[in-house]
Design a protein around this ligand. Structure first.
Ligand SMILES: *Cc1c(COP(=O)(O)O)cnc(C)c1O
Length: 411
């Protein structure tokens, strides 16, 4: 390892030790989340309703998933259509039309020559790491295997993706993580040292870091990284799981960057809430993958693929993308203005309908006050509020949420 590859694990980890005093009744769902108290029973458009009938304006969209909102007639119709065939699942041992049609659509709409369907974001990224290593072996360089991620990134919670995720508190209890994965500073000089053609297989980066605080990476940095990876014979994987599929005002975020990646992963909104992920790969990668090299039982089944085919067509509609650009720019201005009026805000960052707001107090305090007034928000780090509303949200609905936000920031 070179000195530029920082190890985020330098701090010692002190595990919580269970004691007899921890004898409170256990929830049936394992306690890995602090869930909000109300029981949600219904959704409609940009609103969710609890069992007492209270209405919540949804600026989270299931963490950038329900981009078409809740109870969307088109999505519901696509689910019904898929169900009418009676064929929910076949396994990948057999051909089905919806998966082939969706793959064809994605190939025509992107840089990719082929698609692998997975079930989640982490699974898509883990697959991309495997594909990168498979390709690296095919180059004939025996030690070429390393996956390099950048500071501030989030790529998932599985052993490989967690190794690429820059969140010490997510990582520390689970060491050792997958080997051959490093996190390097967001800096082309540092990356240039790390990208040894003999050892490096791929770089993975989110064009807009979501969990890492809604950080819009400098296009010049990303373009430089594309050039560097090409010079060093290293693959570039764009993780567009959160920022892709219309969220930034173009169908893929890379369309605004002027270059193409070698692989791209997507998931969150692809089936508007049904679990699905995908890995888009270029011809270089597609040519080395052979039967048996990777697999999944569920991936790309006919129900999911049919629904996703409907969703991606909706999310690539130029009218929707224009709506995201215009409404998003207006929303960002409003967030800036609220920051100025309240004095509670340190910084506002974002693009399209993906925004972050750094606040002086803990984000959780603001989220709790907004929640009490019927607005759902999520954080992205200790002091950052994150805004990921459904892409179909209107300016009036955004304004209603902004009013609650302002009052929650003042309280
Ligand atoms: C959410 C997310 C993931 C992980 O997706 P899961 O479906 O939760 O496994 C990976 N990368 C990015 C950028 C994400 O936002």
């Amino acid at each position: 390892m070179t000195s530029t590859m920082l190890s985020p694990e330098s701090a010692p980890f002190t595990p919580a030790v269970a004691s007899k005093a921890d004898a409170a009744p256990l929830p049936a769902i394992l306690g890995t989340y602090k869930r909000q108290a109300p029981l949600f029973v219904r959704g409609d458009g940009v609103y969710m309703y609890d069992d007492a009938g209270a209405r919540y304006l949804d600026f989270v969209a299931g963490i950038a998933v329900t981009s078409l909102g809740h109870n969307d007639a088109g999505v519901n119709g696509a689910i019904q259509e898929a169900l009418s065939t009676g064929l929910i699942h076949t396994s990948n041992l057999y051909r089905t039309a919806p998966g082939e049609a969706l793959a064809q659509w994605l190939v025509e709409r992107s840089f990719a020559s082929s698609v692998f369907f997975a079930n989640s974001g982490a699974e898509a990224n883990e697959g991309a790491f495997k594909f990168a290593r498979r390709w690296a072996k095919s180059t004939g360089a025996p030690a070429k295997h390393e996956i390099i991620a950048v500071r501030g990134g989030f790529h998932g919670r599985m052993p490989g993706t967690l190794a690429a995720t820059d969140r010490p508190n997510y990582r520390l209890p689970f060491r050792p993580l997958m080997g051959g994965v490093s996190i390097v500073e967001r800096d082309l000089t540092e990356l240039s040292v790390a990208l040894d053609p003999e050892t490096a297989a791929a770089v993975i980066v989110e064009p807009i870091q979501g969990e890492g605080g809604v950080r819009v990476l400098d296009p010049a940095f990303l373009q430089g990284l594309r050039t560097l990876t090409q010079e060093r014979n290293v693959l570039l994987i764009l993780d567009e799981i959160q920022c892709g599929l219309g969220r930034t005002g173009t169908f893929f975020a890379y369309e605004q960057l002027g270059f193409e990646p070698d692989m791209l992963t997507m998931a969150k909104p692809i089936a508007n809430g049904l679990p699905m992920g995908a890995i888009l790969v270029n011809e270089t990668v597609a040519r080395v993958m052979q039967p048996g090299d990777h697999g999944t039982t569920f991936g790309g089944g006919p129900l999911l693929a049919h629904v996703a085919h409907h969703v991606v067509q909706r999310l690539s509609d130029p009218a929707l993308l224009q709506h995201v650009q215009e409404t998003g720019a207006w929303f960002g201005e409003q967030l800036q203005a609220i920051g100025q009026r309240t004095g509670a805000v340190r910084a506002v960052r974002g693009t399209g309908l993906m925004w972050g707001m750094d606040v002086h107090e803990p984000a959780s305090a603001v989220i709790a006050r907004a929640f009490a007034q019927g607005l759902l928000l999520v954080s992205a780090g200790e002091h950052t509020l994150r805004f990921l509303p459904p892409l179909v949200i209107t300016r009036e609905e955004l304004a209603a949420g902004l009013a609650i936000l302002e009052s929650a920031l003042k309280a």
